[in-house]
Ligand binder design. Structure first.
Ligand code: ADP
Length: 487
């Protein structure tokens, strides 16, 4: 196995990063590009041994990092952000080559946000506090103690963005980290390890191990020295992780899938509604937050559909490195098979294909809209994670709310209406971690992010992230300070 591969002109180390050293494995797995299916290289394939070594390194580094002052931790996180900005172009091209999402969005949106993740949590750490308060003359002081080694397991649809969303607050809080990126897009995590080391993060504070979840996952998530597990991915994997974490009752944060609705009322600005609807094809539909179920008021459904089809027809699908491309490839041939299975079963079930409905080739799935779908059908109830949307109609606000809430998920909801009172009424009844009114995908790290029901457990963002990554301690001191007598 070559220790380094060249991807988009950038050298990427294919080995794990454990205790401040590059470590190879006896076995490897092939990582290929969704753009053309070409193998990019052989990646070190970790198992239980590598998991043990990484957790041991994180455990050994913990006391030192936990004792590092907040100011110094924040300084190093800012230095990591500087490194991300310096290597932004390299990170963007490697990520695009590895996961197929648009280069222009990696350059202009995603990678600047990766740097921001570090800056934000560094700054938030310095503000983090709690007013001391008094109980019968005793002082209560709440401190945010670091929890210990954290295992962070991340998916392939937005690899570095979602990883750093966890890595940054975990490190800021004074914890050490074992990051396990997804096997379909492991490369930018390796670059992050380089950047963090260059920024002065001590050895063992951040460790990166690669491999198949089924081979390395259990050893990480059942490890008794691990104090937190944060996972973003699918519901079945989350259940396995929860089962494995149960051995030690390790606290879990889970950010899972969704089947979010886009509610379009007759009083909506239809152009806006269509703009937001077409956005749901972003990242080839591989977005947990995507509003994949259009619920449109009957009286405007025909007009909405007409305008949607016209607008969707203008989207360019192709190489994600081209500036003009709107929709790139799907991550892996297996994912395309899965997507197509959903569509073919829906059609067999009576769904009507408005647009798309098939693969374009081995890497790309045609943007698809299906109607005549039953509420209890698989295509309405299950997450596809591809460019496949459904459209249903409703005739009253109550029906809209009922349909919107009638899945096992509760990640997000988007509504488009010209009536502020309706927006307030409907929002209050929706089960969703995030509701967007007349907008989509506006996100602020200060806000709590996460899902209800099967969409997740817990919230990330701002103080919520520190709630998760810290062991809160309340210290009560007697009125006369250091008396031996109990007052
Ligand atoms: P998908 O099915 O969309 O690929 P997964 O939820 O399986 O999503 O994958 C998300 C992450 O979870 C990946 O990093 C993957 O390697 C990891 N993973 C898969 N199975 C396990 C497991 N049993 N334990 C821990 N992590 C796992």
């Amino acid at each position: 196995m070559a220790d380094k591969i060249i991807v988009g002109g950038v050298s990427v180390d294919t080995r794990h990063w454990i205790g401040g050293r590059r470590v190879a494995s006896a076995e490897t797995f092939a990582d290929s590009s969704p753009i053309d299916g070409a193998v990019l290289g052989e990646i070190a394939r970790g198992g239980p041994g590598e998991a043990q070594a990484a957790v041991a390194a994180a455990k050994a580094a913990f006391p030192g990092w936990a004792a590092t002052s907040r100011g110094e931790r924040a300084r190093i996180l800012h230095a990591i952000a500087d490194g991300v900005e310096k290597r932004l172009e390299e990170l963007a091209i490697v990520e695009t080559t590895d996961n197929g999402a648009l280069l222009r969005s990696h350059r202009r949106g995603v990678m600047p946000r990766v740097a921001h993740n570090f800056r934000f949590f560094a700054d938030w750490l310095l503000k983090l506090g709690h007013e001391d308060f008094e109980t019968r003359g005793h002082t209560n002081h709440v401190s945010w103690d670091p929890a210990g080694p954290c295992v962070l397991i991340t998916p392939w649809n937005a690899p570095l963005m979602l990883a750093t969303w966890k890595v940054a607050p975990a490190l800021a809080a004074g914890n050490t980290v074992v990051l396990k990126p997804a096997e379909w897009s492991p490369l930018t995590a390796s670059l992050l390890a380089d950047i963090a080391a260059e920024a002065g993060l001590p050895a063992g504070v951040l460790n990166v191990v690669q491999g198949y979840g089924s081979e390395i996952g259990d050893a990480l998530t059942s490890h008794p020295d691990v104090r937190r597990i944060s996972f973003t991915g699918s519901v079945p994997t989350a259940k396995r992780i929860a089962g494995s974490a149960a051995a030690n009752l390790t606290p879990l944060g889970l950010e899972l899938g969704g089947k979010s609705p886009l509610l379009v009322f007759a009083d909506a600005d239809l152009d806006l509604a269509v703009d937001l609807a077409v956005e749901q094809y972003d990242n080839a539909g591989q977005v947990c937050l995507a509003a994949t179920r259009f619920l449109v008021e009957e009286t405007v459904a025909e007009e909405f559909t007409r305008r949607f089809v016209e607008k969707a027809g203008q989207l360019t699908q192709g190489d994600p490195r081209d500036e003009g491309t709107d929709i790139g490839p799907n991550i892996h041939p297996r994912q395309l098979e899965k997507i197509d299975g959903f569509v073919q079963r829906a059609v067999a079930d009576g769904a009507r294909v408005v647009i798309g409905g098939q693969r374009k080739d081995a890497q790309y799935y045609a943007p698809t809209l299906l109607t005549d779908v039953a509420q209890d059908s698989e295509i309405v109830q299950e997450e596809v994670f591809g460019p496949v949307l459904t459209l249903q109609t409703f005739s009253s606000e109550d029906e809209a709310i009922r349909l919107a809430n009638d899945t096992r998920f509760g990640l997000a909801a988007t509504l488009v209406t010209g009536d502020p009172e309706r927006a307030e009424r409907v929002t209050a009844q929706l089960v969703a971690g995030t509701v967007w009114v007349n907008c989509f995908f506006v996100r602020d790290l200060q806000a709590p992010f996460g899902g209800s029901r099967l969409s997740g457990v817990g919230r990330e963002g701002g103080t919520w992230s520190f709630d998760f990554y810290c062991d809160l301690k309340n210290t009560v001191t007697a009125p006369n300070g250091w008396s031996r007598n109990h007052g």
